[in-house]
Design a binder for this molecule. Sequence first.
Ligand SMILES: N[C@@H](CCC(=O)N[C@@H](CS)C(=O)NCC(=O)O)C(=O)O
Length: 272
Amino acid sequence: MTSSNPIIFYDIASSPPLRTFAVNPWKTRYALNSKGLPYQTKWVDLPDIASVRQELGVAANRTLPDGTSYHTLPAIHDPSTGKIVGDSFEIALYLDKTYPTARTLIQPGTTGLTAAFNAQVDGLFTKYVLLADQMPFDARIAEKVQDIFVKRMDATTFEHLQMSGEDREKLFVQFERALGEFVKAYYHVGGTTDYFWSQTGTAAAQAQKKGREQIGPYLDVDGPVYADLIVGAWLAMMEASMKPEDWQRMRTWQDGFWARLHDALAPLREIK
Ligand SMILES: N[C@@H](CCC(=O)N[C@@H](CS)C(=O)NCC(=O)O)C(=O)O
């Protein structure tokens, strides 16, 4: 693959200006940029994902609770090998295998670990995804997109997916606490410390943090590895899809840790 023969990266189209906002495409864009590989984005409207994947000959890869399968992005087509890959994790594995001299995404011996981490992080953030209530879909397909979301979330109407008032605030506080637990992975204190992170930080949490201010922003010193990009993808999705004031609020959590991680990944957010 060369710059005249780039990888084709299928991403979900936003309203203009076209930009990445969905989490799994963010994982792939980060991966491609991290490896420095030439690629070109093909933007696909959400309602057209199934037909594009069917044309590429890729099977549907997600299933609703009622057993119905559906198509998703990202997908890539690498013209230099003829390979088409339609899942973000498989794309990361494919890129490492096919382009081993470009920066490694998943360190040898950590594939299972990274897959488990991917599932864990997806599960954590998905619980709070309704706080990302400003996904930048184009107005001309808004109705179709809303219908799709109602199906995905098994809701009765799109309005039922809009949170407000006390419920919304409660979810924010729970989200901050959940990230307070998760941030321990970065401080390398493990999961056995039985404090939780309240909004201002409990005394125990403050004590744990002492002397650890220099940490990060990556999981390990040699980052960013793919695990960092998975978390980064969720943060990028939140930035693109939250009300600006909500994203600013999130940036202050855990003493600005997530803001530092997001800012450190800025050079990898180029859209080609
Ligand atoms: N396991 C897949 C999941 C991909 C996925 O869920 N993509 C979402 C966007 S983040 C999507 O395309 N959704 C389309 C839909 O719900 O119709 C991967 O990692 O690539």
